[in-house]
Design a protein around this ligand. Structure first.
Ligand SMILES: *[C@@H]1O[C@H](CO)[C@@H](O)[C@H](O)[C@H]1NC(C)=O
Ligand SMILES: *[C@@H]1O[C@H](CO)[C@@H](O)[C@H](O)[C@H]1NC(C)=O
Ligand SMILES: *[C@@H]1O[C@H](CO)[C@@H](O)[C@H](O)[C@H]1NC(C)=O
Ligand SMILES: *[C@@H]1O[C@H](CO)[C@@H](O)[C@H](O)[C@H]1NC(C)=O
Ligand SMILES: *[C@@H]1O[C@H](CO)[C@@H](O)[C@H](O)[C@H]1NC(C)=O
Length: 944
């Protein structure tokens, strides 16, 4: 029995589209589009990038854009940007999306820095080298879980609302766009660069002002940005579908951001993208400008392991394939490389098919399926070929059931119910993308119940790699010219073959590994079918030999394959570069004429497997001689920050406003120093702290510790008779440890929330005045006039040690006390620890290093970690969850000496630093491109 579920057909899509035009007539006049006869649209400024209802087109060629998000500013080592983008390329991405962070480049109005770690041209150069298309997203607003959502902190003192069109805000935005456009304009594809799309602001979906978007668009165009501009709605919210941006799309985060129960998936996979697209912007491709590729985790959260479990490879299979089922042809995964403050590089994932070609122009249809009450199968039919695609998933996204099912396929070779003689299984939390009636190389596939990883013309024969979970059955059928001439050879006993009516059908069980099946006599060329189990498929790589011609080498085994090139001198050798983490067995499939390979420059001995045109070899892992200091044994230099309250600046007249940003202090710790004349009346004082999540503050009265607190109100009572001097001057000292500013996600100026105190009042005073306490305030040295422009506006705060360069290389700490940690001593206040350590990693190896705090949570403290002067970690021992901090090569000198400084702010009186450990994440024998050492100015430079 066949039940049909699902109501949408391509006919209903067309009807919905017609209604859409009627529903949104008001915006039509905003359009500035030129549409030619076959539905192709361009923005009137260039037709190098154009589009129609199906896809983007670049130089007239259709593009299925699969890009990943990368934030250069979260990896302050430009030498590593190429490494990251090589990994994007290896994973099958053909694009990268860059956010540009205004605040990262501008510490003060009118001041911009694009040098050193801020040299964005190097990000473009890395995209050029790896041949990845670029989506530029330069704001002005980016959100991105950044301080002020990427606004510079100085914007907090702007009187006018941000993200609205008004003279003051327009002038500020235009100031930024002028600076960043100097980099964007020459890097457009129309000027020989990689940018194909450019975003206007980000998720501008609440409290909107169309004139604001118009202002940004006009500025980009005035500066010379001519590639299509894009708009990302925060979800399917119908904001600005008809401009001013050229291409509308939306963002979606179906798994949400609470990683605390990673296994409990919501049943919210969208089946509405298709109808929404049809009714909203059918003359443009269906786009997900941001689709969830991970989750961020707050202070005290469950940690990134849990987030990885939630947004794991099963999530990827189910949700990404669903997007394809819905006709999405531009998908940007957010995040793909999260950087030092969160996330990590995703694992190689087989859902990343290397062949988007056939998916370019398809229409949805509803295939006939048994079990259609529990299994949803979407069909997509190519408009320009016979190929059809079937995306099968459980109706209930969270289902963990394993179900067998059949599909009726209608092909040019006949109608079949597949599988015909094996089992087709849909695992819980899996989705399958099956292909039928599909021409590839010189073959014609009738159908396959295994998924296709990639296929290649290898010269004398063709190759296709198919996969499914180990032990699942598979069925693979191709057309053959003559039933009697077909020969099938394999060592895999599970393979059965049968030829009838011009169709060769193979059935097999997916092995733990990859097994070759060789078919001769079927088509013009022989066909090598490589049947892979899932784990083995994860380690198949398809690096380009020639990207223009779509020629790839196929190699299985290594941890990472970065590139494959045919040597200019010796055309019979392919040089592979990549990384291995252990001695690795490899299988290689090479085009005709290639007889040998090298791996990272060294010859690999290859053995030919029977007549299967597949070679095997071994990549030997040689253990490197890595040296790094055991930090538990080093001597630290220790200093207490007891002179802190004397080194303050004089505030201006608007007392008693106690908001740090009003005084130009925007980052990290802030000291507040209040003085009042004693009297017999005064019994204490009352403070209310306003700051972000995980902030903390510590209070002293006349140098006596009164406690450490979370944000909120705290009254200090009954201090008369003990701490308050009724006759003389009394001093309240407050250290506030801030954790950054809020964002402006819904355009309501939320980013201007104060960091400081909303109330500071004496208690017991009958004639209360609001000026009863005089205050001084102190943040980072120089405020917006940075003492350290190289490391920039987010590197240092107002701790005495920070202001005095105690975190910098070369600070003379010889007078400091020698200690080892952990100490059996209670340290209150702010403590500083300094040491130097060595790391030696030989060439040809990649050993990403980290610093890990090992501690308990008995007494609360906050800590800053500085490597060679760069603040690479904010640690809260009581909150976590992060205890391990990445020390990126480039900042980390891997050929010698490094300086480590750790500041500890005791929140509870007797807090002390536990152990800190230097430790590698992984040891790879690697072809990582050379990473230059980032300039790390020392203490001497600061003195000038
Ligand atoms: C595949 O084989 C390897 C090595 O023999 C084994 O460790 C692994 O568990 C097997 N995996 C599956 C899915 O059977
Ligand atoms: C301190 O201020 C808070 C917040 O305004 C108030 O609720 C509380 O009663 C005050 N405490 C004392 C002792 O006055
Ligand atoms: C503190 O002041 C309060 C209110 O004036 C008074 O009742 C109390 O006795 C004083 N305590 C001391 C120890 O002086
Ligand atoms: C209260 O303080 C104000 C300002 O300091 C002063 O002018 C006024 O005389 C005081 N009133 C009393 C009752 O002490
Ligand atoms: C540190 O302080 C804690 C809590 O006040 C106390 O129990 C412990 O004995 C102190 N340790 C030292 C070495 O003073």
């Amino acid at each position: 029995m066949i039940f049909i579920k699902g109501t949408l057909t391509s006919i209903s899509l067309v009807i919905a589209a017609v209604t859409a035009v009627v529903a949104y007539p008001a915006h039509q006049n905003l359009k500035k589009r030129q549409e030619d006869d076959d539905g192709e649209v361009s923005n009137g400024l260039t037709d190098v990038v154009s589009w129609d209802t199906y896809t983007l087109k670049v130089n007239g060629e259709r593009l299925f854009l699969f890009s990943g998000e990368f934030h250069y500013y979260r990896l302050p080592s430009p030498g590593l940007w190429l490494d990251v983008l090589e990994k994007f390329k290896a994973l099958g991405y053909n694009g990268v999306s860059f956010y540009f962070n205004w605040g990262y480049h501008s510490p003060k109005k009118g001041v911009y820095n694009f040098d050193g770690v801020r040299d964005v041209q190097r990000a473009f150069d890395a995209a050029e080298k790896t041949n990845l298309h670029v989506i530029s997203r330069a704001g002005p607003y980016i959100n991105a879980e950044n301080d002020c959502g990427g606004f510079p902190s100085w914007l907090m003192n702007m009187q006018s609302p941000a993200r609205k069109s008004n003279p003051e805000n327009n002038a500020n935005c235009e100031e930024w766009l002028t600076e960043i456009d100097k980099f964007l304009v020459p890097n457009q594809i129309t000027n020989g660069g990689k940018i194909i799309l450019n975003q206007l602001d980000n998720e501008y979906s609440a409290n909107t002002d169309p004139a604001y978007l118009e202002m940004i668009k006009a500025k980009f165009i005035a500066d010379g940005m001519i590639v299509p501009d894009i708009y990302n709605d925060a979800n399917m919210l119908q904001n600005f579908p008809d401009g001013p941006a050229d291409i509308y799309g939306w963002d979606n985060y179906p798994a949400g951001f609470d990683c605390s129960n990673p296994d409990a998936w919501p049943n919210n996979r969208s089946t509405e993208y298709m109808s929404y697209h049809a009714s909203t912007n059918l003359n443009q491709p269906a786009v997900l400008w941001e689709f969830q590729g991970g989750a961020f985790d707050p202070w005290g959260g469950p940690g990134y392991e849990a987030c990885y479990q939630m947004v794991n490879e099963k999530y990827a299979k189910v949700y990404y394939k669903n997007n394809y089922a819905q006709g999405i042809t531009i998908q940007n995964l957010y995040m793909t490389y999260g950087g030092t403050s969160w996330g990590g590089l995703s694992k190689p994932t087989v859902y990343t098919s290397y062949d988007y070609g056939p998916f370019l122009t398809t229409e949805h249809f509803v295939p006939e399926v048994d079990k259609s009450d529990i299994i949803l199968v979407d069909g997509r039919a190519a408009t320009d070929a016979s190929a059809k695609f079937y995306i099968a998933q459980h109706w209930l996204t969270s289902s963990k059931d394993l179900d067998e099912f059949h599909i009726i396929i209608d092909t040019t070779d006949g109608t079949f119910t597949i599988p015909r003689s094996s089992k087709l299984i849909l695992n819980g939390r899996d989705a399958k993308l099956l292909v039928t009636d599909y021409d590839f190389n010189s073959q014609h596939l009738v159908y396959s119940t295994s998924e296709i990883f990639t296929h290649q013309d290898a010269g004398s024969h063709d190759v296709i790699i198919v996969y499914a979970y180990e032990k699942e059955e598979g069925e693979f059928a191709i057309k053959v010219k003559d039933d009697t001439k077909v020969k099938v050879e394999t060592n895999n006993d599970s393979v059965k073959s049968e030829t009838n009516d011009g169709i060769l059908q193979l059935t097999y069980t997916h092995p733990n590994g990859t097994s070759p099946i060789y078919i001769s006599g079927g088509a013009e060329k022989d066909l090598l079918v490589l049947v892979a189990g899932y784990q083995s498929a994860l380690r198949w790589w398809a690096p380009y030999l020639n990207e223009k011609e779509g020629k790839r080498a196929l190699i299985n085994g290594p941890y990472l394959v970065r590139s494959a090139t045919v040597s200019k001198d010796d055309k019979s050798t392919v040089a592979f570069t990549g990384d291995i983490d252990e001695t690795t067995d490899i299988q290689v499939v090479l085009p005709d004429g290639i007889k040998a390979i090298t791996w990272n420059g060294e010859k690999v001995h290859l053995k030919k497997e029977d007549k299967h045109d597949i070679y095997t070899g071994i990549l030997e892992f040689k253990k490197p001689d890595i040296k790094y200091t055991d930090l538990t044994e080093v001597t630290w230099k220790y200093k207490a920050a007891d002179r802190l309250s004397t080194a303050s600046i004089t505030p201006h007249d608007t007392w008693p406003i106690l908001y740090a940003d009003d005084y130009g202090y925007h980052t990290g710790s802030i000291w507040f120093r209040g003085t009042f004349n004693g009297s017999s009346e005064i019994t204490g004082f009352n403070l209310t702290c306003h700051s972000g999540l995980a902030s903390a503050w510590v209070v002293y009265l006349n140098s006596h510790y009164l406690g450490g607190f979370d944000v909120g109100n705290q009254a200090f009572t009954n201090l008369n008779g003990t701490l308050i001097d009724p006759e003389g001057e009394n001093v309240i000292s407050v250290l506030l440890w801030t954790t950054g500013h809020e964002e402006d996600g819904v355009s309501d100026d939320n980013y201007k929330q104060a960091r400081g105190f909303t109330k500071a009042q004496l208690l017991g005073v009958s004639n209360q005045t609001i000026w009863s306490i005089d205050w001084k305030i102190q943040g980072n040295l120089g405020g917006e006039d940075l003492a350290d422009p190289v490391r920039g506006p987010y590197n240092e705060g107002g701790l005495y040690g920070e202001r005095n360069g105690w975190h910098l290389p070369g600070f003379p700490d010889n007078e400091w006390e020698d200690i080892t940690i952990p100490e059996n001593k209670n340290r209150t206040g702010v403590s500083w620890y300094r040491t130097t350590f060595d790391v030696i990693i030989p060439d040809g190896y990649e050993v990403p290093m980290s610093l890990r705090y090992v501690d308990d949570t008995k007494t609360r403290y906050r800590s800053l970690l500085f490597l060679n002067g760069w603040q690479l970690g904010r640690y809260a021992n009581d909150l976590g969850p992060q205890t391990q901090f990445y020390l990126p090569k480039g900042i980390l000198n891997t050929a010698g000496k490094n300086t480590l400084a750790i500041a500890v702010v005791a929140i509870d009186e007797a807090a002390q630093l536990g152990q800190v450990i230097l430790e590698p994440y992984k040891t790879l024998q690697s072809a990582i491109p050379p990473v230059d050492l980032v300039a790390s100015p020392g203490y001497d430079a600061r003195q000038q």
